[in-house]
Design a protein around this ligand. Sequence first.
Ligand SMILES: [Zn+2]
Ligand SMILES: [Zn+2]
Length: 396
Amino acid sequence: MHKISDLHIHSKFSGGASKNIDIFNIAFNCNMKGINLVGTGDCLHPLWIKELKNNLIEYSDGLFFTPEVPDVNFILQTEVEVIWKNNFNVKKVHFILLFPNFEKLSESIEFLSKFGNLVKEGRPKIYNSAENLIFGLKSIDRDIEIIPAHIFTPFFGIFGDNTHFNTMKDALGDGTNYINSIETGLSSDPLMVRSISELNKVSVISNSDSHSTNFHRLGREATIFNFNKLNYQNLVDSIRRNKIIKTYEFKPSQGKYYYDGHKPERHFDNKDYFCSPKLYIDTCPYCKKKLTKGVLSRVQELSDQTNPFKLNFQYIVPLLQLISIVLGGTEYDRKNLTVYQELIADNGSEYAIWEGKSNFDNCPENLVEAINKIRKGKFWFIPGHDAVYGKLQFEN
Ligand SMILES: [Zn+2]
Ligand SMILES: [Zn+2]
């Protein structure tokens, strides 16, 4: 059976996250999206663990559900920021961690709390080398899965410009042997990952990294797996053996860090600046400071092969975002949410629509046209850069 998963989200205890996130609304909104399997987010945080234990029931080994929304399964998941010194430079890299059960989670908490404050932040800072982190967690349980998050993003991606590792081996040493998968992040796609030969041996997954349960954030990128039986072991096996059916992706140019650039807020007259890495411009023409180098730049620097893989992924745009672009207003307007909810009621879920369900009797004509353009790939973005999302444009 095919299951659509989002294995990287955050709870209300992460910085910048919406304060009304709870288990019920994660599950309810995942169900509307068509997400069957979701990370808990922030599972090292004591108050969030309390909510998880109070609201979740074990479904099968390592997977959980809430009785109000039985079709959505949860997996114990967090993101950590690992901070260490490497050749006199401070490195900060984000990793997704998946845990097989609450027992191994509490052993991991005991270990990780030696290196950071797990209470202060849903996504805690861990002051230890990534290599030590990997060996420490693997000595607790080989089935704890460690996945470098949004690998090319400038500030916390393992290959991002500020982190600036050129190989996984440089960053993780022998810990590299335990890395089976990487997360693309919104500003890159499997094509970009597969241009780097060191990554041939890992699988590629996509997740939302959502800090809210809004329909245009939660599950905005996702991965489809095929399981005979849904449990933690089978999920980890699928990740390790690259048994991934497909991923749903943002076009990388929609992501916040695709091109090199400076966001408007950096300049006194609010002027925006961005450029293709092909121009080899390092310095901002307005403020003369170093540009924030985007994902495309880093991929061009690291790329060493033409893609040897048969790739299976699909570009999408979050449906609620598309509705608000086409009908006007924002994703928070009641009228746009109503259109979204009607479309879901008529088609089952958002991903059912991206898979071709087309019950559009109650849907405005121009919105139907826009959905069809997204399905056919007839769209592009004014590229995102320096924390500014790309802006959607349609082809004729
Ligand atoms: Zn992150
Ligand atoms: Zn500037």
